[in-house]
Design a protein around this ligand. Structure first.
Ligand code: 13P
Length: 268
């Protein structure tokens, strides 16, 4: 039986002092009782301070991205070895904002290359994170243009296959995949619940093909894209949605606590 999981991706928000206050207020709102996996994903600079809190509180620490080399002349990058030093438990990989689109369908040519991930770089990152015992949260999702062209399932399948290329089923038992339709991120538009459930069940089918049936039934599949207190319970009650990857709404401690309570109510 899969347990629910809620992750709050703060993106480029909060100083470390503000982040600390956010986690403390969240814990207060939960009366320090957090019976499911809750992950906070602060910006890199806040990681040392938030890692301190995570050592003594029932929340886990995630990072927003990683580079796949251990060290070297890679200005501005952060390695899995460095995240490991701060006991990061999880790390996002392949978020649409690092796949080069920043959630937009059109971006100036000059900005695309800065963040543009490929399936190959995502695959290298996953392998390196696993080497250091950090659990990857693989983000997949289609753009509006891809959805309108009827390519959602094809895009998702190809992103998963590319990301997991060369990995054995035995390495994928604790896999977490977040389905985040790009058009629903930060827009206030949520994918309607039956469709979110349908795509998450597709993700599970692809995992069964890429790995095996056990990996598919064990994997936790999250929905992300304008999750809020008002829609979380319905989304998390779906059979193939095991929780959420929350952006904007994770910046409000009370709202985030409400979302976590919805996950507990939906089946812990
Ligand atoms: P929003 O919840 O702000 O739409 O962001 C979702 C997301 O990108 C989480 O990684």
């Amino acid at each position: 039986m899969r347990s629910k999981l809620v992750a709050g991706n703060w993106k480029m928000n909060k100083t470390s002092a503000e982040g600390e206050a956010l986690v403390e207020q969240f814990l207060d709102a939960m009366n320090d009782h957090v019976p499911i996996d809750v992950i906070v994903i602060p910006p890199y600079l806040s990681i040392p301070r938030i890692a301190e809190i995570c050592r003594r509180a029932p929340v886990k620490l995630g990072a927003q991205d990683v580079f796949w080399m251990d060290e070297g002349a890679f200005t501005s990058r952060v390695s899995a070895k460095q995240l490991h030093e701060f006991c990061a438990d999880y790390c996002l990989v392949g978020h649409s904002e690092t796949r080069g689109k920043f959630g937009q369908l059109e971006v100036p040519e000059t900005t695309v290359g800065y963040f543009a991930e490929t399936d190959e770089t995502i695959n290298l990152k996953i392998k390196k994170l696993m080497f250091y015992g950090i659990k990857p949260i693989l983000c997949v999702g289609e753009t509006l243009a891809e959805r309108e062209a009827g390519k959602t399932d094809e895009v998702i399948a190809s992103q998963i296959r590319g990301a997991l290329d060369g990995l054995e089923a035995a390495e994928l038992y604790e896999l977490i995949v977040a389905y985040e339709p790009v058009w629903a991120i930060g827009t206030g538009v949520t994918c309607d619940t039956p469709e979110a459930q349908r795509v998450c069940s597709q993700v599970r089918l692809v995992l069964a093909e890429v790995a095996d049936a056990d990996v598919a039934s064990n994997a936790r599949i999250l929905y992300g894209g304008s999750v809020k207190p008002g829609n979380a319970l319905e989304l998390f009650s779906q059979p193939d949605i095991d929780g959420g990857l929350v952006g904007g709404a994770s910046l409000d401690p009370k709202g985030f606590a409400d979302i976590v309570r919805s996950a507990i109510q939906a089946g812990g």
